[in-house]
Design a binder for this molecule. Structure first.
Ligand code: KG4
Ligand code: ZN
Length: 344
């Protein structure tokens, strides 16, 4: 089954074609640069940019896949959570396209998309047997149950995935999302937007033990809190500024370590408590190398993380989630957009 999937919940316009929920045939993402000037996303600007980008991005995805709309079996689009105007652009476009082409429309939860990004692959491995090449092999699916950490610009959720589309949220952020914390710290340090990749790059030249920062702790629960850390970085930067040039790389490295430690500690604890078979990451912050390394170091079960370009928002993850939501259908598939929408 081939699904053409659209993602427009935030500031990335994505259109992909995904086969059987796993194989990417095309995945085109246009990132909106309009937000760099403001250092954050203005919702109306995001919606307008999606409107401008969507048609050319879809044409490109069809060209990349060598397919036509007639080769597709369903149309999917993100219907929440996200910026309501931005969601409306993609979902209305998708519904219109489905109607015109006589295809079913599948509304997808963006967070499920981040989870199902772990099922995607681009190429099948060429099998090599004693008698020469064998049937191509698909990379194995993640084994369930799993602990999933979804960390993006808007969410920090620690989730127990008991089976396909069976999610139990164990914890979440009680204030800022992890990505939001990266973005705010980057702004304080005069680095660009989005802040996560900028902090990661800058931190490579820094010493993570230079400044001890609070670890966003909340003991005995699986919830996170990052606003105290943000205030601590603000205070640190102000006091360093008073003394001379701020050692940006050291502050970035210390901040990154505080966030990664807090996230990794709770992931490892949950993986032990629920005796899961896999730990999975998803969302833009999962692209962070030191976060992956820290989680890997603390857990003994296999860790699955999508490649960085599938961690950040894209259409392919929506195509994967759409396929599994059709296959493991538990009720009405949503088609109306909503700004907030829990997993599962
Ligand atoms: O999943 P995503 O593309 O969009 C949302 O659904 O929010 O996540 C975007 C967030 C931004 O806050 C960005 O700073 C963060 O993910 N991010 C990173 C990295 N790449 C993106 N954070 C830390 N390290 C990275 N390498
Ligand atoms: Zn996202």
């Amino acid at each position: 089954m081939r699904i053409l999937a659209i993602e427009t919940s935030c500031d990335e316009t994505g259109v992909a074609i995904v086969e059987d929920g796993r194989r990417i045939r095309a995945n085109v993402v246009a990132s909106q640069s309009a937000h760099q000037a403001t250092g954050g996303i203005v919702p109306e600007v995001a919606a307008r940019e999606h409107l401008r980008a969507l048609d050319p991005v879809m044409q490109q995805a069809l060209r990349d896949s060598g397919m036509e709309l007639g080769d597709v079996d369903a149309i999917a689009a993100t219907v929440g959570p996200g910026l309501i105007g931005a969601l409306l652009v993609g979902a209305s476009y998708g519904r219109g396209l489905a109607l015109a082409a006589g295809l079913p429309f599948v509304g997808v939860n963006h967070l499920e998309g981040h989870v199902y990004a772990n099922w995607l692959y681009e190429r099948e491995d060429e099998g090599e047997g004693a008698d020469g090449p064998t049937e191509p092999r698909r990379p194995p699916e993640p084994e369930l149950p799993a602990i999933v950490l979804v960390v993006s610009g808007a969410h920090s959720d620690l989730v127990l995935m008991e089976g396909h589309r069976r999610f139990r949220r164990l914890g979440r952020t009680i204030d800022d999302a992890a990505g939001e914390a990266f973005d705010k710290a980057a702004r304080l340090l005069g680095l660009g937007f989005p802040g996560g990749p900028e902090i990661e790059r800058s931190a490579r030249d820094g010493d993570p033990t230079s400044y001890p920062l609070p670890k966003a702790w909340l003991p005995d629960r699986y919830d996170f809190s990052f606003s105290g850390l943000k205030t601590a970085v603000l205070r640190l930067v102000r006091s360093l500024e008073a003394k001379g040039p701020v050692p940006i790389a050291d502050v970035a490295a210390s901040f990154q370590k505080a966030i990664c430690d807090a996230l990794a500690e709770k992931v490892a604890r949950a993986a032990g408590e629920y005796a899961v078979r896999t730990v999975m990451l998803g969302g833009g912050v999962a692209a962070n190398g030191p976060l992956r390394a820290e989680i890997q170091r603390r857990t003994s079960v296999p860790l699955r993380v999508p490649p960085p370009r599938l961690c950040t928002d894209n259409g392919a993850m929506i195509g994967a989630a759409a396929f599994f939501s059709l296959r493991h259908r538990t009720g009405e598939i949503p088609s109306l957009v909503r700004s907030s929408m829990p997993l599962g």
